[in-house]
Design a protein around this ligand. Structure first.
Ligand code: AMP
Length: 489
Protein backbone atom coordinates (compact mmCIF):
# COMPACT_ATOMS: atom_id res chain seq x y z
CA UNK A 1 0.00 0.00 0.00
CA UNK A 2 1.32 3.46 -0.91
CA UNK A 3 0.14 6.96 0.02
CA UNK A 4 -0.69 7.50 -3.68
CA UNK A 5 -3.09 4.56 -3.56
CA UNK A 6 -4.96 6.20 -0.70
CA UNK A 7 -6.03 8.96 -3.08
CA UNK A 8 -4.28 11.85 -1.37
CA UNK A 9 -3.84 15.18 -3.15
CA UNK A 10 -0.43 15.90 -4.74
CA UNK A 11 0.17 18.70 -2.19
CA UNK A 12 -0.25 16.22 0.64
CA UNK A 13 1.80 13.51 -1.06
CA UNK A 14 4.62 15.99 -1.42
CA UNK A 15 4.47 16.90 2.29
CA UNK A 16 4.40 13.21 3.25
CA UNK A 17 7.43 12.54 1.07
CA UNK A 18 9.21 15.53 2.69
CA UNK A 19 8.52 13.95 6.08
CA UNK A 20 10.32 10.85 4.83
CA UNK A 21 7.39 8.45 5.10
CA UNK A 22 7.50 5.74 2.49
CA UNK A 23 4.37 3.79 3.33
CA UNK A 24 1.25 4.39 5.38
CA UNK A 25 1.00 2.83 8.82
CA UNK A 26 -1.91 0.39 9.34
CA UNK A 27 -4.12 3.03 10.97
CA UNK A 28 -3.33 5.47 8.17
CA UNK A 29 -4.14 2.88 5.50
CA UNK A 30 -7.50 2.24 7.13
CA UNK A 31 -8.50 5.69 8.30
CA UNK A 32 -7.44 7.92 5.41
CA UNK A 33 -9.92 6.63 2.76
CA UNK A 34 -12.76 6.50 5.30
CA UNK A 35 -12.20 10.06 6.49
CA UNK A 36 -11.80 11.34 2.92
CA UNK A 37 -15.20 9.75 2.20
CA UNK A 38 -16.66 11.93 4.96
CA UNK A 39 -17.56 9.14 7.36
CA UNK A 40 -17.39 9.27 11.14
CA UNK A 41 -14.65 7.20 12.73
CA UNK A 42 -14.13 5.55 16.08
CA UNK A 43 -10.42 4.84 16.11
CA UNK A 44 -8.61 2.59 18.54
CA UNK A 45 -4.90 3.19 18.36
CA UNK A 46 -2.00 3.46 20.72
CA UNK A 47 0.53 6.26 20.62
CA UNK A 48 3.24 5.62 18.09
CA UNK A 49 0.95 4.09 15.50
CA UNK A 50 0.91 7.16 13.28
CA UNK A 51 -2.69 7.99 14.14
CA UNK A 52 -2.12 11.76 13.96
CA UNK A 53 -1.31 11.66 10.25
CA UNK A 54 -4.20 9.20 9.97
CA UNK A 55 -6.66 11.96 10.72
CA UNK A 56 -4.71 15.12 9.84
CA UNK A 57 -3.97 14.13 6.21
CA UNK A 58 -7.58 13.33 5.19
CA UNK A 59 -8.84 16.32 7.18
CA UNK A 60 -6.56 18.59 5.17
CA UNK A 61 -7.78 16.93 2.00
CA UNK A 62 -11.41 17.57 2.89
CA UNK A 63 -10.77 21.21 3.70
CA UNK A 64 -8.40 21.87 0.78
CA UNK A 65 -11.31 23.11 -1.34
CA UNK A 66 -11.65 26.07 1.08
CA UNK A 67 -7.99 27.05 0.86
CA UNK A 68 -7.75 30.74 0.20
CA UNK A 69 -5.04 33.35 0.28
CA UNK A 70 -7.58 36.13 0.86
CA UNK A 71 -6.73 38.30 3.90
CA UNK A 72 -10.43 38.65 4.81
CA UNK A 73 -11.28 36.93 8.12
CA UNK A 74 -14.68 36.02 6.64
CA UNK A 75 -12.89 33.70 4.20
CA UNK A 76 -11.24 31.81 7.04
CA UNK A 77 -13.90 30.55 9.45
CA UNK A 78 -13.08 27.68 11.81
CA UNK A 79 -13.81 24.54 9.77
CA UNK A 80 -12.01 21.89 11.78
CA UNK A 81 -11.65 21.55 15.50
CA UNK A 82 -9.15 19.11 16.99
CA UNK A 83 -9.46 18.66 20.75
CA UNK A 84 -6.65 17.16 22.79
CA UNK A 85 -6.34 16.61 26.54
CA UNK A 86 -2.95 18.27 27.08
CA UNK A 87 -0.88 21.17 25.87
CA UNK A 88 1.93 18.89 24.76
CA UNK A 89 -0.35 16.81 22.63
CA UNK A 90 -2.00 19.94 21.22
CA UNK A 91 1.42 21.27 20.24
CA UNK A 92 2.39 18.00 18.62
CA UNK A 93 -0.83 17.67 16.66
CA UNK A 94 -0.47 21.27 15.56
CA UNK A 95 3.04 20.55 14.41
CA UNK A 96 1.66 17.67 12.32
CA UNK A 97 -0.98 19.97 10.81
CA UNK A 98 1.79 22.33 9.77
CA UNK A 99 4.04 19.54 8.51
CA UNK A 100 1.41 17.83 6.37
CA UNK A 101 -0.38 21.04 5.37
CA UNK A 102 2.61 23.05 4.29
CA UNK A 103 1.55 23.07 0.62
CA UNK A 104 -2.14 23.74 1.32
CA UNK A 105 -2.92 27.39 2.12
CA UNK A 106 -5.19 26.78 5.11
CA UNK A 107 -4.63 28.66 8.36
CA UNK A 108 -4.04 26.76 11.57
CA UNK A 109 -3.68 27.66 15.22
CA UNK A 110 -3.06 25.92 18.51
CA UNK A 111 -4.74 27.20 21.67
CA UNK A 112 -3.98 25.93 25.16
CA UNK A 113 -3.97 27.30 28.68
CA UNK A 114 -1.05 28.45 30.81
CA UNK A 115 0.03 31.09 28.31
CA UNK A 116 -1.17 34.59 27.43
CA UNK A 117 -4.58 34.40 25.78
CA UNK A 118 -4.22 37.65 23.77
CA UNK A 119 -2.12 36.39 20.83
CA UNK A 120 -4.54 33.46 20.47
CA UNK A 121 -7.49 35.86 20.46
CA UNK A 122 -5.90 38.02 17.79
CA UNK A 123 -5.13 35.02 15.58
CA UNK A 124 -8.69 33.72 15.97
CA UNK A 125 -10.12 37.12 15.02
CA UNK A 126 -8.04 37.21 11.84
CA UNK A 127 -9.59 33.91 10.84
CA UNK A 128 -8.24 30.38 10.98
CA UNK A 129 -9.59 27.15 9.45
CA UNK A 130 -8.02 24.52 11.68
CA UNK A 131 -7.93 24.95 15.45
CA UNK A 132 -6.12 22.50 17.70
CA UNK A 133 -7.18 23.14 21.28
CA UNK A 134 -7.35 21.92 24.83
CA UNK A 135 -10.97 22.11 26.06
CA UNK A 136 -10.53 24.54 28.96
CA UNK A 137 -8.82 27.26 26.96
CA UNK A 138 -11.18 26.82 24.02
CA UNK A 139 -14.09 27.49 26.37
CA UNK A 140 -12.32 30.63 27.58
CA UNK A 141 -12.33 31.80 23.97
CA UNK A 142 -16.00 30.90 23.65
CA UNK A 143 -16.71 32.99 26.72
CA UNK A 144 -14.90 36.00 25.36
CA UNK A 145 -16.54 35.46 21.98
CA UNK A 146 -13.31 35.21 20.03
CA UNK A 147 -14.33 31.99 18.31
CA UNK A 148 -17.36 30.94 16.31
CA UNK A 149 -18.20 27.34 15.50
CA UNK A 150 -20.93 27.86 12.87
CA UNK A 151 -18.75 26.64 10.00
CA UNK A 152 -17.18 23.63 11.71
CA UNK A 153 -17.27 20.65 9.34
CA UNK A 154 -14.94 18.26 11.11
CA UNK A 155 -14.44 17.55 14.79
CA UNK A 156 -11.61 15.37 16.08
CA UNK A 157 -11.45 14.18 19.67
CA UNK A 158 -7.95 12.85 20.25
CA UNK A 159 -7.09 10.62 23.21
CA UNK A 160 -10.66 10.56 24.41
CA UNK A 161 -9.85 8.18 27.26
CA UNK A 162 -7.43 10.69 28.64
CA UNK A 163 -10.04 13.45 28.34
CA UNK A 164 -12.26 11.31 30.48
CA UNK A 165 -9.56 10.63 33.08
CA UNK A 166 -8.83 14.32 33.34
CA UNK A 167 -12.44 15.26 33.86
CA UNK A 168 -12.85 17.07 30.54
CA UNK A 169 -16.02 15.32 29.45
CA UNK A 170 -18.38 18.07 30.71
CA UNK A 171 -16.28 20.61 28.77
CA UNK A 172 -16.38 18.40 25.68
CA UNK A 173 -20.15 18.13 25.95
CA UNK A 174 -20.48 21.90 26.19
CA UNK A 175 -18.36 22.29 23.07
CA UNK A 176 -20.28 19.56 21.20
CA UNK A 177 -23.55 21.36 21.93
CA UNK A 178 -22.22 24.45 20.14
CA UNK A 179 -21.17 22.69 16.93
CA UNK A 180 -23.33 22.30 13.81
CA UNK A 181 -25.26 19.02 13.86
CA UNK A 182 -24.18 18.31 10.28
CA UNK A 183 -20.52 17.57 10.64
CA UNK A 184 -17.99 14.77 10.48
CA UNK A 185 -16.71 13.50 13.83
CA UNK A 186 -13.68 11.38 14.58
CA UNK A 187 -12.91 9.96 17.99
CA UNK A 188 -9.58 8.39 18.85
CA UNK A 189 -8.78 6.55 22.04
CA UNK A 190 -6.12 4.08 23.14
CA UNK A 191 -8.59 2.27 25.38
CA UNK A 192 -12.36 1.87 25.27
CA UNK A 193 -14.21 1.93 28.55
CA UNK A 194 -18.00 1.99 28.81
CA UNK A 195 -17.86 5.75 29.35
CA UNK A 196 -15.92 6.25 26.12
CA UNK A 197 -18.43 4.12 24.24
CA UNK A 198 -21.23 6.25 25.66
CA UNK A 199 -19.49 9.41 24.55
CA UNK A 200 -18.91 7.90 21.09
CA UNK A 201 -22.61 7.03 20.84
CA UNK A 202 -23.55 10.60 21.61
CA UNK A 203 -21.20 12.24 19.12
CA UNK A 204 -20.69 9.82 16.20
CA UNK A 205 -23.12 8.89 13.43
CA UNK A 206 -22.78 5.36 12.04
CA UNK A 207 -19.04 5.39 12.76
CA UNK A 208 -16.58 3.11 11.04
CA UNK A 209 -14.63 1.26 13.71
CA UNK A 210 -10.92 1.24 13.01
CA UNK A 211 -8.72 -0.59 15.42
CA UNK A 212 -5.07 -1.34 14.91
CA UNK A 213 -4.42 -2.61 18.40
CA UNK A 214 -6.78 -4.70 20.38
CA UNK A 215 -8.41 -2.82 23.18
CA UNK A 216 -6.23 -2.41 26.19
CA UNK A 217 -3.47 -4.34 24.50
CA UNK A 218 0.16 -3.63 25.17
CA UNK A 219 3.02 -3.72 22.73
CA UNK A 220 4.50 -7.19 22.44
CA UNK A 221 8.08 -6.05 22.36
CA UNK A 222 8.01 -4.59 25.86
CA UNK A 223 9.42 -6.63 28.74
CA UNK A 224 7.49 -6.08 31.97
CA UNK A 225 8.97 -6.63 35.38
CA UNK A 226 8.45 -5.40 38.88
CA UNK A 227 10.71 -5.04 41.91
CA UNK A 228 8.96 -5.50 45.23
CA UNK A 229 10.30 -2.86 47.61
CA UNK A 230 9.25 -1.06 50.77
CA UNK A 231 7.80 2.39 50.12
CA UNK A 232 10.57 4.03 52.18
CA UNK A 233 13.31 2.44 50.09
CA UNK A 234 11.95 3.20 46.66
CA UNK A 235 14.05 6.22 45.91
CA UNK A 236 17.23 4.51 47.04
CA UNK A 237 16.40 1.57 44.82
CA UNK A 238 15.76 3.86 41.87
CA UNK A 239 19.05 5.70 42.40
CA UNK A 240 20.80 2.37 42.76
CA UNK A 241 19.30 1.06 39.51
CA UNK A 242 20.36 4.18 37.66
CA UNK A 243 23.86 4.25 39.16
CA UNK A 244 24.64 0.62 38.53
CA UNK A 245 23.36 0.40 34.99
CA UNK A 246 24.00 2.23 31.78
CA UNK A 247 20.32 2.96 31.21
CA UNK A 248 19.94 6.07 29.09
CA UNK A 249 16.77 8.11 28.51
CA UNK A 250 14.71 6.77 31.35
CA UNK A 251 11.17 8.06 31.79
CA UNK A 252 10.15 7.74 35.44
CA UNK A 253 6.48 8.03 36.36
CA UNK A 254 5.24 9.32 39.67
CA UNK A 255 1.71 10.02 40.89
CA UNK A 256 1.89 13.63 42.01
CA UNK A 257 3.39 16.93 40.89
CA UNK A 258 5.09 17.41 44.24
CA UNK A 259 6.49 13.89 44.12
CA UNK A 260 7.89 14.50 40.64
CA UNK A 261 9.85 17.59 41.65
CA UNK A 262 11.07 16.00 44.87
CA UNK A 263 12.29 12.87 43.15
CA UNK A 264 14.13 14.82 40.43
CA UNK A 265 15.88 16.90 43.11
CA UNK A 266 16.83 13.74 45.00
CA UNK A 267 18.28 12.12 41.88
CA UNK A 268 20.25 15.27 41.10
CA UNK A 269 21.69 15.15 44.62
CA UNK A 270 22.74 11.58 43.90
CA UNK A 271 24.65 12.78 40.85
CA UNK A 272 22.09 11.58 38.31
CA UNK A 273 21.07 14.18 35.74
CA UNK A 274 17.31 14.39 36.09
CA UNK A 275 14.55 16.83 35.30
CA UNK A 276 10.84 16.90 36.06
CA UNK A 277 7.79 17.70 34.00
CA UNK A 278 4.37 18.29 35.51
CA UNK A 279 1.34 20.53 35.37
CA UNK A 280 2.64 23.24 37.72
CA UNK A 281 5.57 23.99 35.46
CA UNK A 282 5.24 26.76 32.90
CA UNK A 283 5.07 25.86 29.26
CA UNK A 284 8.62 27.06 28.80
CA UNK A 285 9.90 24.99 31.70
CA UNK A 286 8.18 21.92 30.30
CA UNK A 287 9.63 22.48 26.84
CA UNK A 288 13.11 22.97 28.32
CA UNK A 289 12.83 19.81 30.41
CA UNK A 290 11.72 17.82 27.39
CA UNK A 291 14.50 19.26 25.28
CA UNK A 292 17.09 18.41 27.94
CA UNK A 293 15.79 14.85 28.03
CA UNK A 294 15.68 14.43 24.28
CA UNK A 295 19.18 15.83 23.82
CA UNK A 296 20.59 13.56 26.52
CA UNK A 297 21.52 16.46 28.86
CA UNK A 298 19.11 14.92 31.36
CA UNK A 299 19.29 11.16 31.60
CA UNK A 300 16.09 10.87 33.55
CA UNK A 301 12.75 12.60 33.02
CA UNK A 302 10.45 12.35 36.01
CA UNK A 303 6.88 12.89 34.90
CA UNK A 304 3.30 12.72 36.05
CA UNK A 305 0.77 10.96 33.86
CA UNK A 306 -0.90 14.19 32.86
CA UNK A 307 2.31 15.93 31.84
CA UNK A 308 3.68 12.91 30.01
CA UNK A 309 0.61 12.51 27.88
CA UNK A 310 1.41 13.03 24.25
CA UNK A 311 5.16 13.22 24.67
CA UNK A 312 6.54 12.12 21.36
CA UNK A 313 9.87 10.59 22.20
CA UNK A 314 11.14 8.21 19.57
CA UNK A 315 12.78 4.96 20.59
CA UNK A 316 12.41 5.43 24.33
CA UNK A 317 13.69 2.12 25.67
CA UNK A 318 13.08 2.42 29.44
CA UNK A 319 10.04 3.30 31.44
CA UNK A 320 10.14 3.03 35.22
CA UNK A 321 6.95 3.23 37.23
CA UNK A 322 8.21 4.69 40.48
CA UNK A 323 4.59 4.59 41.55
CA UNK A 324 1.93 2.55 39.87
CA UNK A 325 -0.78 4.58 38.17
CA UNK A 326 -4.08 5.25 39.91
CA UNK A 327 -6.00 3.95 36.93
CA UNK A 328 -4.74 0.68 35.40
CA UNK A 329 -5.27 1.95 31.83
CA UNK A 330 -2.54 4.51 32.50
CA UNK A 331 -0.04 1.68 32.67
CA UNK A 332 -0.71 1.14 28.97
CA UNK A 333 -0.38 4.85 28.25
CA UNK A 334 2.87 5.01 30.15
CA UNK A 335 4.51 2.16 28.35
CA UNK A 336 3.09 3.35 25.02
CA UNK A 337 6.30 5.31 24.75
CA UNK A 338 8.54 2.31 24.75
CA UNK A 339 8.71 -0.65 22.40
CA UNK A 340 7.49 1.45 19.50
CA UNK A 341 7.69 0.28 15.94
CA UNK A 342 8.76 -3.23 16.86
CA UNK A 343 11.76 -2.03 18.87
CA UNK A 344 12.42 -3.55 22.26
CA UNK A 345 11.62 -1.69 25.43
CA UNK A 346 11.20 -2.40 29.07
CA UNK A 347 8.79 -1.32 31.73
CA UNK A 348 9.95 -1.73 35.31
CA UNK A 349 7.67 -1.02 38.25
CA UNK A 350 8.77 -0.42 41.82
CA UNK A 351 5.94 -1.90 43.83
CA UNK A 352 5.45 -1.42 47.56
CA UNK A 353 3.05 -3.59 49.58
CA UNK A 354 0.32 -0.94 49.44
CA UNK A 355 0.36 -1.12 45.64
CA UNK A 356 -0.24 -4.83 45.33
CA UNK A 357 -3.91 -4.30 44.51
CA UNK A 358 -3.06 -1.88 41.72
CA UNK A 359 -0.56 -4.37 40.33
CA UNK A 360 -3.24 -7.05 40.22
CA UNK A 361 -5.55 -4.70 38.31
CA UNK A 362 -2.82 -3.97 35.79
CA UNK A 363 -2.04 -7.66 35.28
CA UNK A 364 -5.70 -8.30 34.71
CA UNK A 365 -5.93 -5.51 32.16
CA UNK A 366 -2.85 -6.51 30.20
CA UNK A 367 -3.78 -10.18 30.56
CA UNK A 368 -0.41 -11.36 31.73
CA UNK A 369 1.47 -11.70 34.99
CA UNK A 370 4.32 -9.31 35.55
CA UNK A 371 7.51 -10.99 36.58
CA UNK A 372 8.69 -10.22 40.11
CA UNK A 373 12.40 -9.63 40.48
CA UNK A 374 13.84 -9.11 43.95
CA UNK A 375 16.81 -6.79 44.12
CA UNK A 376 19.27 -7.85 46.79
CA UNK A 377 19.49 -5.34 49.58
CA UNK A 378 16.04 -3.98 48.75
CA UNK A 379 13.75 -6.93 49.51
CA UNK A 380 10.57 -5.67 51.11
CA UNK A 381 10.47 -8.37 53.80
CA UNK A 382 8.02 -11.18 54.42
CA UNK A 383 5.14 -8.80 55.01
CA UNK A 384 5.04 -7.87 51.31
CA UNK A 385 2.36 -10.37 50.38
CA UNK A 386 0.61 -10.19 53.72
CA UNK A 387 0.29 -6.43 53.40
CA UNK A 388 -1.47 -6.68 50.07
CA UNK A 389 -4.97 -6.80 51.49
CA UNK A 390 -4.33 -4.00 53.90
CA UNK A 391 -2.89 -1.93 51.09
CA UNK A 392 -5.90 -2.54 48.90
CA UNK A 393 -8.23 -1.38 51.63
CA UNK A 394 -6.27 1.73 52.38
CA UNK A 395 -5.06 2.82 48.97
CA UNK A 396 -6.19 5.82 47.01
CA UNK A 397 -5.34 8.39 49.63
CA UNK A 398 -3.01 10.49 47.50
CA UNK A 399 -4.59 12.30 44.61
CA UNK A 400 -3.41 11.99 41.05
CA UNK A 401 -2.32 15.14 39.29
CA UNK A 402 -5.09 16.90 37.46
CA UNK A 403 -4.52 19.37 34.73
CA UNK A 404 -5.42 23.01 35.00
CA UNK A 405 -8.92 23.70 33.87
CA UNK A 406 -10.37 20.33 34.76
CA UNK A 407 -13.45 20.75 36.81
CA UNK A 408 -14.66 17.31 37.70
CA UNK A 409 -13.88 15.26 40.74
CA UNK A 410 -11.62 12.32 40.02
CA UNK A 411 -13.21 8.90 39.94
CA UNK A 412 -13.17 7.03 43.24
CA UNK A 413 -10.45 4.41 43.49
CA UNK A 414 -11.54 1.11 42.04
CA UNK A 415 -12.05 -1.81 44.35
CA UNK A 416 -10.71 -5.17 43.55
CA UNK A 417 -13.42 -7.64 42.47
CA UNK A 418 -13.95 -10.19 45.21
CA UNK A 419 -12.71 -13.20 43.26
CA UNK A 420 -9.49 -11.42 42.43
CA UNK A 421 -8.89 -10.45 46.05
CA UNK A 422 -9.24 -14.02 47.17
CA UNK A 423 -6.89 -15.21 44.48
CA UNK A 424 -4.32 -12.66 45.65
CA UNK A 425 -4.55 -13.85 49.24
CA UNK A 426 -3.67 -17.35 48.19
CA UNK A 427 -0.36 -16.34 46.72
CA UNK A 428 2.63 -17.76 48.56
CA UNK A 429 4.73 -15.25 50.48
CA UNK A 430 7.64 -13.64 48.65
CA UNK A 431 10.32 -16.23 48.05
CA UNK A 432 13.34 -16.38 45.81
CA UNK A 433 13.60 -18.91 43.04
CA UNK A 434 16.24 -19.69 40.49
CA UNK A 435 16.85 -16.94 37.97
CA UNK A 436 14.45 -17.30 35.09
CA UNK A 437 14.69 -15.58 31.75
CA UNK A 438 11.61 -13.37 31.44
CA UNK A 439 9.23 -14.61 28.76
CA UNK A 440 5.90 -13.13 27.82
CA UNK A 441 2.98 -15.51 27.73
CA UNK A 442 1.22 -16.05 24.43
CA UNK A 443 -1.67 -13.67 24.01
CA UNK A 444 -5.10 -14.85 23.04
CA UNK A 445 -5.38 -12.33 20.25
CA UNK A 446 -3.39 -10.93 17.36
CA UNK A 447 -1.10 -8.20 18.63
CA UNK A 448 -1.01 -4.90 16.76
CA UNK A 449 1.45 -4.83 13.92
CA UNK A 450 4.02 -2.07 14.13
CA UNK A 451 4.33 0.02 11.04
CA UNK A 452 7.96 -0.93 10.57
CA UNK A 453 7.51 -4.62 10.05
CA UNK A 454 11.00 -5.45 11.28
CA UNK A 455 10.33 -7.51 14.37
CA UNK A 456 13.34 -9.47 15.50
CA UNK A 457 13.00 -13.27 15.38
CA UNK A 458 12.97 -13.67 19.16
CA UNK A 459 9.80 -11.60 19.33
CA UNK A 460 7.98 -13.73 16.83
CA UNK A 461 9.01 -17.14 18.13
CA UNK A 462 6.25 -19.20 19.72
CA UNK A 463 6.06 -18.71 23.47
CA UNK A 464 6.51 -21.62 25.86
CA UNK A 465 3.84 -22.37 28.45
CA UNK A 466 4.27 -20.53 31.74
CA UNK A 467 4.14 -21.83 35.23
CA UNK A 468 0.96 -20.97 37.11
CA UNK A 469 2.53 -18.61 39.58
CA UNK A 470 4.89 -15.79 38.88
CA UNK A 471 8.55 -16.53 38.93
CA UNK A 472 10.62 -14.48 41.27
CA UNK A 473 14.31 -14.15 41.05
CA UNK A 474 16.97 -12.32 42.87
CA UNK A 475 19.45 -10.36 40.85
CA UNK A 476 22.79 -9.28 42.18
CA UNK A 477 21.63 -5.70 42.62
CA UNK A 478 21.80 -5.03 38.89
CA UNK A 479 25.54 -5.24 38.50
CA UNK A 480 27.76 -3.58 40.98
CA UNK A 481 27.78 -2.79 44.66
CA UNK A 482 25.22 -3.59 47.22
CA UNK A 483 24.46 -0.59 49.39
CA UNK A 484 22.16 -0.85 52.33
CA UNK A 485 18.80 0.75 51.62
CA UNK A 486 19.52 3.68 53.91
CA UNK A 487 23.05 4.23 52.70
CA UNK A 488 22.23 7.14 50.40
CA UNK A 489 19.50 8.78 52.42
P1 AMP B 1 1.60 9.28 16.33
O1 AMP B 1 1.10 7.90 16.67
O2 AMP B 1 0.66 10.01 15.45
O3 AMP B 1 1.98 10.05 17.56
O4 AMP B 1 2.93 9.10 15.45
C1 AMP B 1 4.09 8.51 15.96
C2 AMP B 1 5.33 8.79 15.14
O5 AMP B 1 5.28 8.10 13.87
C3 AMP B 1 5.56 10.25 14.80
O6 AMP B 1 6.88 10.57 15.16
C4 AMP B 1 5.38 10.36 13.30
O7 AMP B 1 6.23 11.32 12.75
C5 AMP B 1 5.73 8.96 12.81
N1 AMP B 1 4.99 8.54 11.58
C6 AMP B 1 3.71 8.81 11.28
N2 AMP B 1 3.37 8.25 10.11
C7 AMP B 1 4.46 7.59 9.64
C8 AMP B 1 4.73 6.80 8.47
N3 AMP B 1 3.80 6.56 7.56
N4 AMP B 1 5.96 6.30 8.35
C9 AMP B 1 6.91 6.51 9.28
N5 AMP B 1 6.72 7.25 10.41
C10 AMP B 1 5.50 7.77 10.60
Amino acid sequence: MTFEELGLLPELLKAVADAGYTEPTPIQAQAIPVVIAGKDVMGGAQTGTGKTAGFVLPLLQRLARHASTSPSPARHPVRALILTPTRELAMQVHESVQTYGKYVPLRDLVVYGGVDIKPQTEALRKGVEIVVATPGRLLDHVQQKSVNFNSVEVLVLDEADRMLDMGFIPDIKRILAMLPKERQSLLFSATFSEEIKKLADSMLKAPVLIEVARRNAVTETVTHRMHPVAQDHKRQLLAHMLKTSSLKQVLVFVGTKFGASRLAVYLEKQGIEATAIHGDKSQQQRSEALEAFKSGAARVLVATDVAARGLDIDDLPHVINYELPHVPEDYIHRIGRTGRAGKEGDATSLVCPEERGKLAEIEKLIKRPIEQVLVQGFEPGPDFDAAADKGRRGRGSSRPERSEGSREKSAPPRREPRGRRDEERERPPSRRVEPAKPKLPKLDFDPSKPYEPKVSPQNTAPEPKRAHHRPKRAVPALLGGMPKPDQDK
